[in-house]
Design a protein around this ligand. Sequence first.
Ligand code: ADP
Ligand code: ZN
Length: 742
Amino acid sequence: MYANIIIDITHEKLDRIFQYSVPPELEGTLRTGMEVIVPFGRGNKETKGYVVGLCDRADYDADKIKSVAGVSEDGVAIEAQLVALAAWMKESYGGTMIQALKTVLPVKRRENEKEKRTIRLLLNEEEGRKQLEIYLNKNQRARARLLAALLDDPVLEYGLVRKHLSITAPVIRALEEQGVLTIESERVFRSPRIAEGERMKQLSYTEEQQNVIHTFSRDYEAGERNTYLVHGVTGSGKTEVYMEMIARVVERGRQAIVLIPEISLTYQTVMRFYRRFGDRVSIMNSRMSAGERYDQMQRAKCGDVDVMIGPRSALFTPFPDLGLIVIDEEHEPTYKSEQTPRYHARETAIHRAELSGASVVLGSATPSLEAYYRAEMGEYKLLELKNRAQRQCMPEVYTVDMRRELSGGNRSILSDRLRELMSDRLAKGQQTMLFLNRRGYAGFVSCRSCGYVEKCPHCDVALSAHKNGKLVCHYCGYEKPMVSVCPVCGFPHMGGFRAGTQQVEDLVKKVFPGARVLRMDMDTTKNKDGYEKILAAFANEEADILVGTQMIVKGHDFPNVTLVGVLAADMSLYADDYRAGERTFQLLTQAVGRAGRGREKGEAVIQTYSPEHYSIEAAVRQDYEGFYRKEIGYRELMGYPPVRELLAVLITGADEELLETAADYLKKYAERMDKNHLLTVIGPASPSVGKVNDIYRKILYLKCEEYGMLIKAKDRLEQYIEVNSGFDSLRVQFDFNPMNIF
Ligand code: ADP
Ligand code: ZN
């Protein structure tokens, strides 16, 4: 017996199979996917590897073949099916086999892992202040330091407290004994107990829902496995439909994976699944420790759960008989991995489903151009939900042309229309959401006379003005004091043009002094629970107005929100990216969809400087079809995905000159190898961010009719890079149909 093994070293030159013989004592135990120890290299150093296949004939000279030393004791085996999936991912997205294997085996070993612990303040604000006085009077500095930190943020991570505040364990214990705080071990979403009465009452499905469920079940029972695209307007009851489909698959003794973008994986969403499936559901998220994720994976593997819910990586749950994969909000860019292999969860799910005889259900109110295009081509089955589940009307949408607003004398970021509607809602006790398109983008400082923009010296992006009076880089964290005089032309009034979320919050408070305002953006959600806390407070109607970035538009259900205001709808239109129009349409549609989900009808105001742009027009009309037709025409004309296939080759390095030379060589090689002129090679160009942390970036694009051709081109380029020493100090990454870097 011989074993084909991938060595656990990430290096292009070692990216191939090494064959070892299987010693008699391991025959019968060794299986594909197992982690083993093998002698490797000249010194026969003991090295880890993974078995990717077994065979009974040697492909090399039998007496030159070394023997497997043993199976790793604490190793985690990969399911054979996931090994096959990894091979496909390496093929389709590039990178090495070991990188692909590590991707499908996302759980790290449990070695010495300490449980994550948190400290929670038990006193209220007033009691806390009093206690703080006492500590200060007694000169108990460590206790005071800890309590002061807790008064700022009532939940802190144990390890961080010890490290950053240099507080010792006895001090923490002393405060615990005094009843000031409690130490909790963190278990996120760990099988909450659901009282019997709380279990989901079975809904009666709408006719549209019934049709969708029926089509799915009929196919499934007939043994037909498909990819379905559920295109359902916001609030049309897609989640209910997924749960019914899952129930049908689970009844047949099979399991299901549900992918939900991390940002929508809120308590609210998760509880809906628990109510329906009880403790047969397991959740994964990135805040869980490796050990906790490992536990969930084990539960799935040994049949303790039927449904796994999580972000992208939950796709690799080792279920024994996977029957269904659901991808909610399939248009979300987070479904594409930003690490090699840069896989897309949609395509990878479809491949995994093929391997295990499962079906795939994609759902969205604003399907990606890719998914809708494939549905049109007949690759996916299109299922539609055109109405909201509880018969609520879709919101009324108004556009405000901000140019007219300005010429009419209103220089505020709130249009007259939006301000009137907001005060109407405040009077009625209903809630408003104000969505500001993109943080940071807004805060840049420029000279109003010569146009000079303050940039980060390391990253080639504009610095953002923060309230603390500093200019900050959002890529690397670089800071410098605010400037008011332009260093180029001497104009004395440098300043920010557009407002960020913080300024919007300040303005709203000024315009509506009585209103209770909450803000949600990267800054206010930095702490672990910040996000959930703000959502919960808003859901409990502790605030009248929620101001925020895109975070607030994702799949939340606030029945008392009857007004949505979109400030600066255009900002995302000018992003340096061929998907800008699609992103804008999606964001606006999702934002508008937050209004009027309860009993009252909703309204939305979209403020824009370009009301005639088709993305904005279509979002106002809430016309997905209309948008799709325009956008697909543009993609066709420009040769962009999904009509064409695109491969980005990102080359990075610290030596700018060397980088430029290498990029030129690579381009010439790409053109030379393309004898039949099937490729279009573009670049090398500097991407929109030309430098990050002093590492320069260049990018080449290859366009082609066929995905398979692009894969071949990538293989050839990889070979070229491997044998050319000019690339030794550079990094080359491949990205098929990229989401961000353009
Ligand atoms: P989507 O995922 O499409 O946004 P949801 O499944 O979250 O929609 O449904 C929106 C709201 O409508 C939820 O509060 C849900 O409980 C409710 N709902 C869904 N289907 C029905 C139904 N058939 N009858 C009554 N309420 C429903
Ligand atoms: Zn920077």
